[in-house]
Design a protein around this ligand. Structure first.
Ligand code: FAD
Length: 441
């Protein structure tokens, strides 16, 4: 089961995972001196406005990912980047503490996945997913703007059904359908595995206008450390003319209301609730546990519908796994045995790292539940940021946790560093003592 010159490939879904897998398949084949005929099926039009054209996401990508894409030949045009984010502001207990980029290197950028929120009529920017799709079109990929409704195997070769027509047979089929449609069902029986586990998140777009975004949100991402049940991460991300509210975890409308009415959020918006009226909002799903074996002969799943990074850097995870999948398919072959040897190790590395991530998020949940521990985190970050001679232990842990810039295993190892633990325990003790004496006083 090898791919040869002229092999036919189908990719279902043109989100980051589908587009990047297609790109790497073509690029690696070109370097090997062969070419493929690729059909990519995508039901959305990323050039339109509103939720129908969007792959609902906070839109944060790290600068290291932008650089890695550039090295692969994918150079994001300036109009894709909504804003360069230079710092984080941590909000808790009525205080706001800034975290600057460690070593002024690990910057991040915000993008839109569609062309813009509902109500936008014209935009001076372009969609990230639309850009990737355009790049494939220029490479001669056949883009079929339709929803795939069936996948069958005929003599072991995948055949795709769309609106009563069939396409194929194909030598290789890539499923990159994400988790925000019912398309995973197309693969469920073929794979013989349950769908990935997911959680409901929340996103809304606040139409503040360019000046107010700069004045209120600035070039910072605002992260809120608050005791809210089921919330793993709550942040406000600056875009060009909008600010994106992004909540990850198991989010309900009640929790969203509680968050938007919290003193910390109201203080940021100068107690003007009219600024919190949204142009667009959604409750998209996020993958919280991926598939153990996202492949069979001639079919492989990649991105959110297979395995991704827990809560963070889903686009970066799609980049890494799509490259591994494409290299396996071109250099080794497309049998389940080939995927086990070439693709599964990368999937397993991510799954193991996510298990460590789950422990980190559980620990944070415990910390956030106690006021003196929340304050201790804030105090440690403030001390590190105010004093050039203090090592940036907590600041870099927070930065990497918010941006997804480092693997969870790496973050866990840093959390166990004796220097960090000693300083943190000391700060917890002084914070608790200060709180007790304030209460007694
Ligand atoms: C609230 C929230 C915030 C997030 N924030 C970030 C962030 O800031 N940074 C980050 O890196 N990641 C973030 N993520 C994760 C990120 O969105 C995903 O990891 C990423 O979109 C996965 O890409 P994908 O290509 O696998 O899936 P998707 O982006 O979901 O793309 C799947 C594509 O398949 C298409 N499709 C589905 N079924 C069919 C069908 N039957 N026929 C044809 N086409 C089909 C869909 O239309 C879609 O375009 C966030 C996720 C959520 C939920």
């Amino acid at each position: 089961m090898e791919l040869n010159d002229g092999s036919r490939i189908a990719v279902i879904g043109a989100g980051p995972a589908g587009s990047l897998t297609t790109y790497f398949l073509l690029e690696i084949a070109r370097r090997k001196g062969i070419s493929f005929s690729v059909d990519i099926f995508e039901r959305k039009n990323f050039y339109g406005f509103g939720p129908k054209s969007c792959n609902h996401c906070g839109g944060i990508i790290s600068e290291s990912l932008i650089q890695m894409l550039a090295m692969e030949g994918i150079i994001l045009l300036p109009n894709i980047i909504q804003r360069g984010v230079q710092s984080y502001v941590l909000h808790s207990e009525g205080r706001a503490v800034g975290i600057q980029t460690p070593s002024h290197e690990k910057r991040i950028a915000s993008v839109y996945r569609g062309a813009g929120p509902r109500g936008t009529t014209e935009a001076s920017w372009s969609s990230f997913d639309g850009f990737l799709q355009g790049m494939l079109w220029e490479k001669g990929v056949n883009i079929i703007k339709k929803r795939v409704t069936s996948i069958e195997l005929k003599n072991g070769y995948p055949v795709v059904g769309v609106d009563g027509e069939t396409h194929g047979p194909y030598d290789f089929l890539v499923g990159a359908v994400g988790v925000n449609s019912r398309s995973h069902r197309l693969f469920k029986d073929l794979l013989g595995q349950p769908e990935p586990e997911t959680a409901r998140c929340y996103i809304s777009e606040l139409p503040l206008g360019r000046e107010k975004v700069s004045e209120i949100i600035g070039d910072s991402m605002h992260v809120f450390l608050m005791d809210m049940p089921g919330v793993e991460f709550a942040a406000i991300v600056p875009k060009k003319e909008y600010a994106t509210v992004c909540m990850l975890g198991d989010i309900t409308p009640k929790v969203v209301k509680h968050f938007l009415q919290s003193p910390e959020v109201l203080e940021l918006f100068k107690a003007d609730p009219s600024m919190l009226e949204k142009a667009c909002n959604c409750l998209p799903k996020i993958n919280t546990r991926g598939l153990r074996r996202p492949y069979l002969d001639r079919i492989a799943l990649v991105g959110d519908c297979g395995t991704t990074r827990l809560y963070k850097d889903g686009i970066g995870a799609a980049y890494r796994l799509s490259k591994s999948l494409a290299a396996t398919a071109v250099f080794k072959g497309v049998s389940a045995k080939d995927f086990k040897k070439g693709y599964l190790p990368a999937v397993n590395r991510m799954r193991r790292d996510n298990n460590i991530g789950k422990c980190i998020f559980k620990t944070i949940e415990i910390f956030i539940a106690y006021r003196f521990l929340r304050l201790s985190v804030l105090n440690m970050v403030a001390k590190e940021q105010d004093n050039d001679n203090v090592p940036l232990h907590m600041s870099t842990i927070m930065w990497d946790l918010f941006t997804g810039s480092a693997p969870y295993t790496d973050i866990a190892v840093r959390c166990l560093h004796p220097g960090f633990l000693f300083r943190f325990i000391w700060i917890i003790l002084t914070t608790a003592t200060a709180l007790v004496s304030k209460k007694q006083g």
